[in-house]
Design a protein around this ligand. Structure first.
Ligand code: ADP
Ligand code: MG
Length: 624
């Protein structure tokens, strides 16, 4: 071992950069936070080569005094806190005084700023060498600051190696910009990549403009399906948008949570949200939300992580309960027939009826609202209300149609005799393993009698497994049969999603879809899998896109086919609260017998249980 020596400033900064500057998007995050902290209202972001070549952030904020320029580039120098008291109630996004020093140690950075309205008063600072000595020269600039970061990681080859494709890196940058744009509606953002405008978001002054921004960042469908939250308890306030469970995602990729304007990922928060969605969200689905929690800064510690993605609440339990109760109530109030876009407030809250509550809500939410999304024909019979005869007929015919549809185009293991119309047990005297249906219980379970005793079948779980297995068989065989839509359906998506759909030109046809691009942010669905003509195909396409975007490389798509088929099966199978006729129930039982793995649903739960006569006898203390 050699003797101890002081690290050079550059090396020390490079080490610190290891924590803060993971990839181009982290640089963008730090620079945008600085611009926001400086009171910038219009921020321009120029990116070249996914950020590896150039990141330039320009704001119209307060600017930096020329004498402070060298300090702003050195470590542990900040204008945002002075002493420990300040640290305990930080109101700014930054406070560690590390970002510019770290970034400039691993790139070629130029900082240009002007605190006056005379453009001629601008100054530029750059730094060089092991000592990171700063040079300041006059440089015209309007009021505000520009930070230009070129050749990120040029001097740290190990880091540079970890950079992904330009597109991927830019995708992360876009996410970062989105998150900050969601955190500050009053700030305008312009994002360009390689000279092409990607986002142009003006500062929002009205609720309509805020909604527009939400739609631009999360897609119009999110906004349409969103419930507005506004809840207060004591000093805690929660507001924002939560998508109804029908808009759930296959990935946790649309979850934005802000604490006092800072985007965070927090386990306590995720847990509270998950719990609130627990009984309304289908297993394995992820809720979508944009939520803002506001509380006294003194009650939350933001200094627990270098990138400040995590926070620590002083009273975690209270925050958890508040989040859970607010969301749970908001979701409970979304009912068929209930006005959507419900505004939720704690009963003791002073906020009820205040403009803040009524304001955000000219939303088109009411129109789209209600559970079931309207495209699924059997959503009509949901709930405890007695289904009307027409609704029952609809449900039956859709089940029949689904069945017929399943039967023919696929290499059916279950043979031909399964049409719902066929009388059960016509084949012979032998009682089949699952027996014959005798009744349906609460629209959920089928009761059947077999030679051992009583069989209980979870109708949805069983049907889902059957559909899944058939889709797999069909996939392995001839590919999924598709069916053109009479009226092609257009789908508003983000540009990234649209690009992705275009790039996956081969995948969608192999899943039975024909999807074309109709504009920068819209797709049109022309053909769908024949199997799924009654399912919510829009949701399905969104999920497939989210999967693809989250997984990046299309090599993984192949591995995910079964998972996708599982999702499709889930959408395509019979829901609870569907009345079935005895022949339909028997058809389902026969299909279960003929289907592999039909003992469990796709989520691993059992699809049926046997209650033997002996078990029943025990219940009644018979034969003792
Ligand atoms: P921190 O944000 O934690 O204070 P940084 O290294 O990000 O640390 O920035 C150092 C200082 O430089 C800030 O405290 C601020 O005073 C100044 N600064 C950085 N960016 C800007 C900007 N865009 N406008 C005005 N001042 C800035
Ligand atoms: Mg900063």
């Amino acid at each position: 071992m050699s003797r101890i020596h002081q690290l050079s400033p550059r090396l020390a900064n490079q080490i610190a950069a290891g924590e803060v500057v993971e990839r181009p998007a982290s640089v963008v995050k730090e620079l945008l936070e600085n611009s926001i902290d400086a009171g910038g209202r219009r921020i321009e972001i120029d990116i070249e080569g996914g950020g590896a070549k150039l990141i330039r952030v320009r704001d119209d904020g307060s600017g930096i005094e020329v004498d402070d320029l060298p300090l702003s580039l050195s470590r542990h120098a900040t204008s945002k806190i002075l002493d420990l008291d300040d640290l305990e109630q930080v109101a700014t996004l930054g406070f560690r005084g590390e970002a510019l020093a770290s970034i400039s140690s691993v790139s070629r950075l130029a900082l240009t700023s002007n605190i006056t309205d005379q453009p001629g008063n601008g100054w530029q600072a750059t730094c060089e060498g092991r000592e990171m000595s700063v040079t300041v020269t006059p440089s015209p600039h309007p009021r505000g600051t520009t930070v230009e970061v070129r050749d990120l990681f040029f001097n740290t080859p190990a880091r540079r190696k970890f950079l992904r494709a330009e597109k991927t890196e830019f995708g992360h940058i876009e996410e970062t910009v989105k998150r900050l744009a969601l955190s500050r509606f009053d700030v305008g953002f312009q994002l360009r990549h390689n000279g092409r405008a990607v986002h142009g978001l003006r500062p929002c002054d009205s609720d309509l403009e805020r909604q527009r921004r939400i739609a631009a960042m999360c897609g119009p469908a999110f906004l349409e399906q969103a419930v507005v939250i506004e809840s207060r308890a004591g000093e805690l306030r929660l507001w924002g948008w939560v998508a109804q469970p029908t808009f759930s995602r296959s990935q946790a990729d649309m979850q934005h949570f802000f604490v006092n304007g800072r985007a965070i990922r927090d386990r306590l928060v995720s847990h509270a949200v998950r719990q609130a969605f627990q009984d309304v969200l289908y297993h394995g689905r992820h809720p979508a939300f944009v939520l803002y929690l506001e509380l006294d800064p003194a009650n939350v510690d933001v200094n627990v992580h270098p990138t400040k993605h995590e926070v620590r609440f002083r009273d975690g339990r209270m925050v958890h309960d508040f989040l859970f109760r607010s969301l749970h109530r908001a979701l409970a109030e979304v009912r068929p027939g209930a006005p959507a876009a419900s505004v939720v407030a704690e009963p003791d809250s002073a906020v009820v009826g205040s403009p803040a509550v009524q304001a955000p809500l000219g939303l088109g939410v009411a129109a789209g609202g209600g559970w079931g999304g309207g495209t699924v024909p059997w959503s009509g019979g949901a709930g405890s209300a007695e289904p009307t005869p027409a609704a029952v007929r609809d449900q039956l015919s859709s089940y029949g149609a689904l069945y017929g549809n399943l039967g023919s185009p696929l290499p059916s293991q279950s043979g031909a005799g399964l049409s719902p119309a066929e009388p059960a047990g016509a084949a012979g005297n032998e009682v089949p393993p699952l027996g014959f249906a005798v009744a349906q219980l609460h629209g959920i379970y089928i009761l059947a009698e077999n030679s051992a005793g009583l069989v209980l079948v979870d109708m949805h779980a069983a049907h889902e497994r059957i559909v899944y297995e058939r889709m797999k068989a069909s996939w392995e065989g001839e590919g999924i049969r598709s069916q053109p839509l009479l009226v092609p359906r257009s789908l508003a998506v983000s540009q990234r999603e649209a690009d992705c759909a275009e790039q996956q030109a081969e995948l969608f046809p192999s899943l039975g879809f024909r999807i074309e691009r109709a504009g920068p942010e819209s797709l049109v669905i022309r053909e769908i899998p024949a199997l799924l003509r009654d399912a919510d195909v829009e949701q399905l396409v969104r999920d497939v896109l989210a999967d693809l975007l989250a997984d990046g490389a299309s090599a993984r798509v192949q591995e995910r086919i079964n998972e996708l088929l599982g999702t499709m099966a889930c959408h395509g199978s019979v829901r609870a609260n569907r009345r079935l006729t005895l022949p339909e129930m028997n058809a389902l039982l026969r299909d279960m017998e003929a289907t592999e793995r039909s003992g469990q649903c796709n989520h691993g739960r059992p699809t049926w249980v046997q209650l033997a006569l002996a078990d029943l006898d025990k219940l009644f203390l018979r034969g003792r």
